[in-house]
Design a protein around this ligand. Sequence first.
Ligand code: NDP
Ligand code: OXD
Length: 313
Amino acid sequence: MSIALYTKGWDQALWLSHFQTLLPNHTITAMEAVETFEDIRYAMVWKPEPGALARFPNLEVIFSLGAGVDFLLNDPSLPNVPVVRVVDPDLTNRMSEYVVLHCLLHHRRTLSYLRYQQAGLWMDREDPAAKDIRLGILGLGVLGQDAAYKLSIMGYDVMGWSRSQKDLQNMRCFSGEAGLDAMLSQTDILVSLLPHTQETHAMLNLDLFKKLPRDGALGGPVLINAGRGKVQVERDIMKALDDGLLIGASLDVFEDEPLHDSSPLWSHPNVILTPHNAAASSAKAITDYVVRQLSLYEAGQAMDSVVNRNAGY
Ligand code: NDP
Ligand code: OXD
């Protein structure tokens, strides 16, 4: 069986060698080197160009090499075959590391202490306890639930919002528009782990920031977005920071990536930027996962994480 591989911006030779080792009976070709399009049965891809997959008339399954699939579902010519995404503990744990780290960084005012240190100042401020900080997590899927669990162990007051209503231990769960407003009205640190869909597009905007309380334990709300960049409006984040509607932000994802040199976010003193690597996983973990899914498919069994194309994630 022939496989086309595309890993935009990643070390394609490394991925090719991992897949080839695990799948010695399949022919794996870098997508740009495929000569006979009819031979390709599977595509294993990270951010292929729109239209690229439509060239394979006999495609049976598309494997996303990431957890998000917006880059695939936004392609109007995407072949109508199952799309499988990554759900793997390696990726999930790394995302939770990022979320816990950035909640702590803002909670413990680390940026301020770094500035005091640089100024040679012994400045002892009283930081609130975790239990006094209300965390609102947008998206209670695989990543949101794991982060919520780990944050609740830290003692934070954790809430979460999702499309369908959930009932999870040690946290308050919200859904729907009214549920969103109820959660926002009591959120000190807002964490977005939402996929980018038609519904979530640009929802992290000024109107939403205005719903966050300004009298919480941190003295104002903080935004952390490690889901997708097109869920946020960067101009509104800057305005909210300037107007005090937000007191800080950690952003791993951006409307356009890499973030443009001219973005004022680069130099904002209360913003921490990372280059979309909150959950950058090992090629080995992802290839192992994808190969397990492929084996299930070839054995005629159900794959674990087939995307709901109607829902868009
Ligand atoms: P899941 O599909 O498991 O979870 C998505 C969650 O978002 C679900 O709880 C879902 O609700 C909720 N949701 C979706 N649409 C809406 C909506 N309109 N209103 C309310 N809630 C909504 O995804 P994962 O947790 O695995 O991943 C989340 C996203 O994280 C990925 O789609 C990807 O974009 C991003 N990501 C970023 C990475 C990085 O390095 N920065 C790495 C990996 C992923 P419900 O539970 O009801 O379905
Ligand atoms: C993903 C990502 O979707 O890294 O896996 O963004």
